[in-house]
Design a protein around this ligand. Sequence first.
Ligand code: SF4
Ligand code: SF4
Length: 349
Amino acid sequence: MPALAQYSLPPTRLKDLFQRLSQAVDQVIAPTRVPPGDVFYDVVQGPDEVALDFGNSLVSPVAWLYRPVEEMFRVLPGEPPRVEPCGEEGRRLLFAVRPCDLAAIGRLDQFFLEGDFRDDLYAARRARTLLVALACATQADPRCFCSCCETGPYAEQGFDLQLSLVGDRYLLEVGSESGAALAEQCRDLLEPAAEDLAAGRAQQVQAFYAGLEQKANMPAAVRRLSSEAVPVELWDRIASRCLGCGGCSFVCPVCTCFYTTDQVREDGSIVRVRAWDSCRLEGYTREASGHNPRAHRRQRAERFSYHKLAYPCIQREGRLGCVGCGRCVTVCFGGVHMPRVAQMIRRGE
Ligand code: SF4
Ligand code: SF4
């Protein structure tokens, strides 16, 4: 989808732009460097706290839309008991979201908002969150493979605003009506975008792709997995290297497994809490009887890959279940992360 409008921004005005955008919301969440130097998305108070010199964060900013742990509702004692919704108030800006994470947000929108069940918590948080994307064209992270998933290095849609550094300028694109309103508030900082700015960004792409170290032939893996041509021994080999830690799904911006518990609080209220879960964990599908349809790590490895890569899932959900963010490359102790597994599936070995 073409941008609604394009502007040029000198990097010297980026802090002013950030300040101006901050004034439009109650809270800004941006990448920030924490000791000993890792980048996390967190609430920031000003532009000096924002880190833009990073490949990607270990934890995706989607964690601010779909929270790792959150209270869903509370039941207050009384005759009759009262049910109160939980949730946070206020408008938020997610600043400098990488295009792969933006693609993941698109998938979460589909899952939580457009399926058979609408998730009110996610819907409320999503409706009051503005998204400012930051293209990756000049910063290839050695673990990423967005080129294989068609999710980067810049976004085509899904953002309110998008910043792309092209030479000595930022290209600022408007992607929504909300983004247009934000841009309007910053008009005195912006200049008309010269035609060669978008062309310059397009030229960066090949050099960016060449800098990516991870390669994953996803279409070939999809074909092979979807034709059920993967020998069971391959899943055994993957399982023998998998520790069953669940790390790959906890860092994956596309994964949506969760469980709920009801917690009794000191005031007598009962709070239903939702927390991230992982289909890589043995207890995820264990039933109350003790029977577990996916008791073996091999079955869980197969299920995880199937949901992300098999054609019926792609057909149902309209896209791959992987956006190529490379986070599982960082966390997997056994080296059986997505690009490696895609390679093993493709080769059948
Ligand atoms: S991160 Fe690696 S070792 Fe841990 S569950 Fe995922 S595949 Fe297995
Ligand atoms: S499977 Fe790995 S590379 Fe793909 S989106 Fe999830 S964490 Fe990122």
